[in-house]
Design a protein. Structure first.
Length: 365
């Protein structure tokens, strides 16, 4: 059955326009192959919105996102806007978008592609045990959304950033973690800092209360500093990790690097409905913007996640993922996933060419 969907497209800053452009080519190829229709609505957010409107997310741009079926985002931010006031920084646009869309669960897979095993910085004997887990990150609470202020005390500046969580906020992300684990290996690791933080002690208590409703899921607790060590020591031990906003932000970037490249990792942000926010987890990389060397695969895989989770198009999503795998099988690599000593079968390619190759394979069905 064909579908017709409207997708809000935030090209963003730095390499954002390049990688989003390639992802749209893939969506068009999937639409042609399966008879779907995707309408794209451009939305300004981040640094480019500051330049045009003086606001990282003007209200009318948020309205466009809320009127769409889902949102595809490239990346925002860069040193150009480091001097703007804190409440006007590009990243504030992203935080307001997440809050406005009422998405509270960010799901970031950490999975190594067999073709890129050699690109992992971990020892081969660790990689051989397997890397395949998901980090479920709470997205709209915690220190990022707490009180922020800087004031003068006793002649010097003092800054305060507050972390806050309610039981209901913890419970709803906890349920996402348990449900995700139930569909996978039935192992959930709750990560916090309960030896220091009140928020973490509440987090731990709520998770253990929820565990009584999920007797088929094995719950374990881990302090965030230990988790950061264990991810590089033995990532095979993890199935699903659930954690708060800032911890999840840091751990997911660490997890992405052990898979070979941050440019390969997609993410989805969901709330109570089907509309979601889909984006690669890497930043805007302004140092390589416009050079046609960025890796678009994380954005392409984010588009595939959108088809799967928001549009219920599993076959189409799998087809995109298979096309990515096939192109990697053929030896094509962007600079970030090119091995130090490439063999004769490795072929270095740019952002546009990588998108073209994936789209070409996808159109073959």
């Amino acid at each position: 059955m064909s579908v017709e969907k409207t997708i809000a497209v935030i090209r963003g800053d730095g390499i954002g326009p390049e990688i989003v452009g390639e992802a749209l080519k893939i969506l068009d190829a999937a639409a042609d192959l399966y008879g779907h229709t995707f309408h794209y609505v451009d939305v300004a957010m981040g640094g480019n919105a500051i330049d045009r409107y003086g606001d990282p997310l003007p209200p009318e741009m948020l309205d466009k996102c809320l009127a769409s079926d889902s949102v595809l985002l490239g990346a925002v931010g860069g040193p150009k806007w480091n001097g703007v006031p804190g409440d006007k920084r590009p990243e504030k646009g992203l935080l307001r978008l997440r809050a406005g869309m009422e998405v509270y669960s960010n799901n970031r897979p950490a999975k190594i592609w067999p073709q890129l095993a050699a690109a992992s910085p971990l020892k081969p004997e660790i990689v051989e045990k397997g890397i395949d887990f998901i980090i479920v990150r709470e997205l709209t609470g915690g220190i990022y959304f707490g009180e922020h202020r800087t004031e003068t005390e006793n002649g010097e500046k003092v800054s305060v950033d507050g972390m806050r969580y309610s039981e209901s906020e913890i419970e709803r992300i906890g349920r996402i973690g348990f449900e995700t684990a139930r569909k996978r290996g039935k192992r959930l690791c709750s990560v916090e800092k309960s030896n220091v933080l009140d928020c973490s002690r509440l987090w731990k208590a709520v998770m253990h209360r929820l565990a009584e409703e999920y007797p088929d899921v094995e719950l374990s607790d881990m302090l965030v500093d230990n988790c950061a060590m264990q991810i590089v020591k033995d990532p095979s031990q993890f199935d699903v990790i659930v954690t708060e906003n800032m911890f999840g932000d840091i751990l997911s970037d660490e997890a992405s690097m052990i898979t070979g490249s941050i440019g390969m990792i997609p993410s989805s942000s969901l709330g109570n409905g089907t509309r979601g926010l889909y984006e690669p987890i890497h930043g805007s990389a302004p140092d390589i913007a416009g050079k046609d060397i960025a890796n678009p695969i994380g954005t392409i895989l984010s588009a595939a996640m959108m088809l799967r989770y928001s549009f219920d198009l599993e076959e189409e999503a799998a087809c995109i993922e298979n096309a990515v795998s096939a192109v990697l099988d053929q030896g094509y690599r962007t600079a970030d996933i090119m091995p130090e000593n490439p063999g004769p079968d490795c072929k270095k390619t740019g952002c546009v060419e990588m998108g073209r190759l994936i789209a070409q394979h996808l159109r073959k069905g």
